[in-house]
Design a protein around this ligand. Structure first.
Ligand SMILES: Cc1ncc(COP(=O)(O)O)c(C=O)c1O
Length: 418
């Protein structure tokens, strides 16, 4: 692995090796993570890194772009076919920048955005006061119904009619249920707003057609390409054909600089791979594992927010167990299960403590874990929750977690042999 760095910078090389070992030995359940295929790793490290390019195929600002043009055209064609999209712009560097390119394309300073509250499962880039977008645009938010802990569509509709936003965003970071894209698209159309879905978390599930697609109902769809899409750390944006020119101009020169041809090539590979039966089967199992985890945790006395999961993640309310999200994030990490603390809807705790944790099933499903292993994971979570400060308990749980995960290699044996 990294035969050049191993010689030129042993100190850094050791950190890469340590991270590989950490990933191999831990049960990785951060909902925004996945394991990049080796092909994606190869392509992100390819000679495409060397090429500087601005503009679009056929209209670049730099010479020597003919091959790059073929890569970008191929990637866009594959992306459109995969998602059934009218137009694709895959120049974004990440999910965050994907969102910013849409804002740069269609909004003026002071315009109003209606999006899901961060505390209820939304994302920072949708207008959190902590994000720069809150300095540029006016924000109004929708959230979840207190009883169902699912999006309160009636309240969303009322707010949209009252506030008349220029853009309505759906899509979330921590929402375990399906989203009614048709209804949100209709509300946007009724109030004369653009509609946008940030499908960053569920893009792989959408690509594999295991959950409903936002594409028929949204003017714009943005996304990360990591998370369930399992590709390079990058982004992508789609829109209806009538907005293609606005989006392209807003992206470059409006928002971004030179493209990253190496990650674009990796995304191109993934747009092909995501159409395979193998990827489809993995995504089907991601959802089955998530639903099985909800049931297994409920059987052990945990309260699962909204009562279950339709996608790749669960949000667990820990209040009934007398522990906080922060406590569990630390204790589970020591026990070899990586999760993150998470605000639950109407959480009485501060964001750095939280009453909940978010648990995703993408990475473990890629490694081959199925329902029987999910039961073992639920057992370990239960044991850790019962005595999070007890070192002997944590050590026993750690052993159980390592015994389990060691049977499911992160990458096939020999993948990194020189
Ligand atoms: C809904 C949503 N949008 C955007 C992002 C940002 O993506 P990235 O980390 O690729 O910038 C995230 C990341 O967690 C997300 O959950």
């Amino acid at each position: 692995m990294l035969k050049h760095t191993r010689v030129s910078d042993p100190e850094l090389y050791q950190l890469v090796e340590a991270e590989l070992t950490r990933q191999e030995r831990n049960i990785e359940m951060i909902a925004s993570e996945s394991t990049a295929p080796l092909d994606v790793m190869e392509l992100t490290g390819s000679v495409f890194t060397n090429k500087t390019l601005e503009g679009y195929p056929g209209g670049r600002y730099q010479a020597g772009s003919e091959i790059a043009d073929q890569v970008e055209r191929l990637a866009c064609e594959r992306a459109k076919a995969l998602f059934g999209a009218e137009h694709a712009n895959i120049q974004s560097y990440s999910g965050s920048t994907a969102n910013y390119t849409v804002f740069a394309s269609i909004l003026e300073v002071g315009d109003k955005i209606l999006s899901m509250d961060l505390d209820q499962g939304g994302h920072l880039t949708h207008g959190s006061p902590a994000n720069w977008t809150s300095k540029m645009y006016n924000h109004v938010f929708y959230g979840c119904n207190k009883e169902t802990e699912q999006i309160d569509y009636d309240a969303l509709e009322e707010t949209a009619h009252r506030e008349k936003p220029k853009l309505i965003i759906c899509g979330a970071s921590s929402y375990p249920r399906l989203i009614d894209y048709e209804r949100i698209g209709k509300i946007a159309a009724d109030v004369g707003a653009y509609s946008m879905c940030d499908m960053a978390h569920v893009a792989g599930l959408v690509a594999a057609k295991v959950i409903p697609s936002p594409f028929p109902y949204m003017d714009f769809v943005s996304s990360s390409t990591t998370k369930t899409f399992c590709s390079a750390r990058s982004g992508m944006v789609f829109c209806k054909e009538k907005y293609a020119k606005i989006l392209d101009r807003g992206t470059f020169p409006g928002c971004l600089g030179s493209i990253q041809l190496n990650t674009m090539a990796a995304k191109c590979w993934s747009f092909k791979y995501a159409a395979t039966q193998e990827f489809h089967d993995t995504m089907v199992q991601v959802v089955k594992n998530s639903q099985h985890l909800a049931k297994a945790l409920q059987e052990r006395g945990f309260r699962v927010v909204s009562g279950g999961s339709d996608n790749h993640l669960n949000v667990v309310d820990l209040r009934g167990k007398g522990v906080t999200g922060k406590q569990m994030q630390i204790a589970l990490d020591k026990a070899g299960i990586t999760v993150n603390k998470q605000m639950i809807p109407y959480d009485p705790q501060k964001p750095w403590i939280t009453s909940g944790m978010r648990i995703g099933t993408t990475s473990i499903t890629q490694r081959g874990l199925r329902e029987p292993e999910i039961d073992v994971i639920a057992d370990i979570i239960d044991k850790v929750t019962n005595a999070p400060e007890d070192e002997a308990n944590i050590a026993a749980c750690r052993k159980q977690a390592m015994d389990l995960i060691s049977g499911f290699p992160l990458y096939p044996a020999g993948s990194f042999d020189d």
